[in-house]
Structure formats: C-alpha cells, structure tokens
Design a protein around this ligand. Sequence first.
Ligand SMILES: [Mg+2]
Ligand SMILES: [Zn+2]
Length: 169
Amino acid sequence: MQKAVFLDRDGVINVDKAYVSKIEDFEFYEGVFEALRHFQSLGYLLIIVTNQSGIGRGYYSEEDFQKLTEWMKETLLHVKINIDAVYHCPHAPEANCACRKPKSGMFEEAIRAFDIDVKASWMIGDKPSDMEAAQGVGIDNTILLSQTCEGGVKYCVNLILDTINLIQH
Ligand SMILES: [Mg+2]
Ligand SMILES: [Zn+2]
C-alpha cells in the first residue's frame, strides 16, 4: 500500500480568487513548492482533490480546467514536484453528485486507483468540507489552513509551510 498527501487546490496550492480558471489568475502560495517537495521526499504520493463547480455553473469549461491543470503540473515539474493525480468534481451543488466535497467520492476513487493506506495519509485543506470529505474515508490526519480552528480537525495552521513540521515521516 502507498501513503498520500491529499491536497485541496484553491486556498492551498494557489490563492483562492473564486473560480480560478486562467493561468494569469493562478498564483501559487508562497512555501507551497517547499512543502510539496518535503512530502515527496518522505515518499508520499501527491494527490489533488478539488471541487470545480465553476464548470457545472457554466463559468468555464472542462477544457479550460484541463488546460490550467496541465500548466500547473508542468510548472511544478520544473521545480521537481510530481503531482501523481488530480481529481476534480465538475458538478454544481444542486447536481447532488457523489464527488463534490464534503462527500468522499474523489477520495474513494484515488484510494482504489493507488491502493492507499488511509491511516498513513494526510489531508490538507482550507475548508471544513475538505476535512469532512477526508474523514469520510477514514483519513484522521487532517490539517486545516485557517486562522480559526473549527471542530473535528486534527491540526490547524496558518501557512502551508507550517505543515512541514506536522508531517515528519
Ligand atoms: Mg479550498
Ligand atoms: Zn461531482
């Protein structure tokens, strides 16, 4: 079995500017490269799980999302970071799908595809719905990037760089 760090995208990898769909609006957070490289060096898979309801709402297309994703992965490869997979939910909330966080569909898919040991894995997100989705599949190592620590989360930190201190082996 493999271990993984699951990451939300908007608000974790890049600044959440609401419905980011263009390269020029995609701003990597400071410290994100260092953090991802650290997890990778410890042998974690890097898996992004992201709600992209902007597709279902018609704000941008599936193709726009895939283009941005390719660019993001390429940019990270240039700094020696390999993203193992990106799962996205394209649905609007009213579609009531099984993949939109706080539901766990994207995690279930990744766990099957990569044979992931949930107890050895982590979730980093910026919303309680990220935490809930991870907990739904038994990931107890949850880190919320937030000034205010809400209930049911294992750790809360202000900066992505702080997660390096929490994920040590
Ligand atoms: Mg987010
Ligand atoms: Zn969905």
